[in-house]
Design a binder for this molecule. Sequence first.
Ligand code: ARG
Length: 578
Amino acid sequence: MLHGDIGLELGQRVAGALKAALDVEITPEQAIVRPSAPGRGADYQCNAAMSLGKQVGKSPRELAQLIVDHLDAADIVTTPEIAGPGFINFTLTESWLAAEARTLLSDDRLGVPATDDPGRYVIDYSSPNVAKEMHIGHVRTTVIGDCFVRLLEFAGHEVIRRNHLGDWGTPFGMLIEHLLDEGWTAESASSIADLDGFYKAARVKFDSEPEFAERARARVVKLQGGDEQTLTLWRGLVAESEKHFAEIYRLLGVKLTKEDSIGESFYNPFLADTVEELTAKGLTKISDGALCVFPPGFVNREKEPLPIIVRKSDGGATYGTTDLAGVRYWTQERKVTDLLYVVGLPQQQHFQMVFAVGEQAGWLDGDHRARYLGFGSILGSDGKMFRTRAGGTVKFIDVLTEAVDRAAEVVRGRAELDAQEQAEVARAVGIGAVKYADLSTDREKDYVFDWDKMLATEGNTSVYLQYANARILSVLRKAEREPGDEILVEQAAERALVLKLLQFPAALAGSVETYAPHKLCGYLYETATAFSSFYENCPILKADTEERQASRLALARLTSRTLVLGLSLLGIDAPTRL
Ligand code: ARG
């Protein structure tokens, strides 16, 4: 298959027919060939006759007939049928399905083509704040961002991971003063166990003791001025926080490492030039003593233009200055083609404004694109923000620990696993459940955090997929022969499974194009259920001929490889025994 995508393959043939019949040129995408709804009696459906009829001066049915008459696709489909106002229904032939499935047996990429237009992506994700513990609010950005890294790398792009740590700004004055008051040094700072407690104590002091607040402000000036003692203490705090972040990333199995920490402070050397360039391009204005950029089209409720402040009246830079410096740095210095930002929906407008200014400044254009990828909230069973029973913020680390503990209950007592394996499986199941619950929800929607639902062994969960895979592997172990290298497509359930397996490239492409991991999740779930009805209807170990057995074992292995690859792109491990 040329495209790895059956719909595009047929689209190409439809385009060929149009060219032959009317000398009209369209792309395979414009042929609009999609999988048919279940129960329609066909595999794919072409909708192009409806959208193109007018353009070529024919009724949709006439045009559909012309396409069918000129179609050269007998190697793929049986004679197409025209239905309703002018749909063309395609049914794939068993011999084509069998031959295509056979090519997958020896293809590491399971039919997925590498991109022919590789880009250089930088993905801003996770991005917690220093001197604070990661909490439930960081789960989605970390899990979704990591999935994008994997999907884009697999597609063949260069991907730079960017952990935009909040490691700079006014809070550090108060944190460093508090550090000194409490007798910490730069070395010992990297052993503050209770970061949140430390932050809160500093904040309380800042709010209640004017003398402390005064010192804190003076300390910010020292920090920004590059005072060595202050910087050393600051580094201690950052190092301590990074230890905490690294522990979470390790437990979670995401690809972020210390090398990916490119925090706000990184952009300090570029801030002045960024502001200068914006000013030179005539984009800045003084407003209330602050230097601002007003990107067109952004107004507040009173319809007054909204600014990004790039230099406060006290001369300091802001969160916005840093993000603008970031757009400039990544596009101009590092020549990335695509900037992605996986940040919660409350910051949507901020990024829209930053991108608008980036375009005005000429940093963003057709070759350097920025895209904001927001996500909904994680809710508790009461439909409000997910909180602890006591009403506090849920710590990220506690979610992970509880997930693994609960998963241990699910897998406990499996006779075939020793203690060490049980622990590994519990980790894969527990962490997988947290990730999958997140990824299988439409990114922009909220979802309710529900342990029982995410760890259910039936339904669209990672545990279900992990079980399905482990069961397949157990069948393969029990078999007395190796899977064959021919595929037979005989039974309906067999045919349905083969078709599903061949749809992996299209499912993946759909997920990547719209940054929608839930589409891949849905596909994997359908694949696992297709396998389970194949397994019920088509005996494998007890197949009546050797040929059938060899083919069914090959299909079983192909299904397992699809599930394992799909899960790995979501960042989820698939234990071999479960
Ligand atoms: N540290 C910020 C927060 O916790 C998120 C940073 C997002 N990335 C960015 N480039 N502004 O809200």
